[in-house]
Ligand binder design. Sequence first.
Ligand code: SF4
Length: 288
Amino acid sequence: MEKTANEKRLEAMRANLAKLENSAEEILRKGAENMTSADREKLLQFVNIAYHDSGKIEGVASIDGTSACEFCSKMRAAAEDDALIICGMCYAFADAWKEAAWRRHKLNARILSSVLFTREELSALVIPSCLGRINEDGDIVNQIHAQNVLRIQTTHNDVNFGFWYKNSAAVDAGLHAEGYFRREELPQNVKFIKSSLLIGFPARPDWFTDEVFTVFPDAETTAAAIAAGAWACNGRKCKDCKYHCYEGSTHVAPVRYIAEYLRTNKARRALVMTAYDAKKAQAQARNN
Ligand code: SF4
């Protein structure tokens, strides 16, 4: 049977993706110590930097990891036993059918977590916006990944980055390896945004955290967090909130909190609310 135009398009897309992946793997198999400078340059050409001309982060260029990484996979497995773990509702994972983005992001994480590139090499990457987001999808995989991201940020001082993470240990190790030990020394064009693992329970900030981003289980809990001083994200477009998460930070202001409303169906929300109420009651009992 003759293939439809859509089938042909998909086939071509998959063939291109496979070509990229195979070329990258061929180089990565040599090991970082045996790569030529041309190999390294070629690997960086495979790193996907996407400009978003519409949607939630319109106007922003993102460099994504992948929710197929080990860290995210462990968190999703943990979410099977705990309805409050936000990774159980990872939209990027659910959207894995967006095959091209999914595979490119996976390749990004593979490359950036395997080879430590020099600042000079990373400075050649073109970031097509003055606003950059790290990890719209996925997380930082290891120290090398964190170092590469920090080097990209510090060689692109004209870009303000929102650096989303959950994997504190990897970012902490990367910062130390890059010579950052105190808040005041952190790059001023980067906002470090820690994404809370548990719905309704803001994560404890790390020494380098600027903002803690938390999804709350319903309208009431979200409103209470905002009334207590949290910045209202609430599914707005980033441009409508003046790119709060991207503007440069001096890192000397106290940590701030951001509240987002959980978007899910009725049944799931009921499940989450039950788990939230139980955890809250436990915490209160401990404090009494
Ligand atoms: S707080 Fe504002 S900038 Fe940050 S994710 Fe939400 S809408 Fe975007």
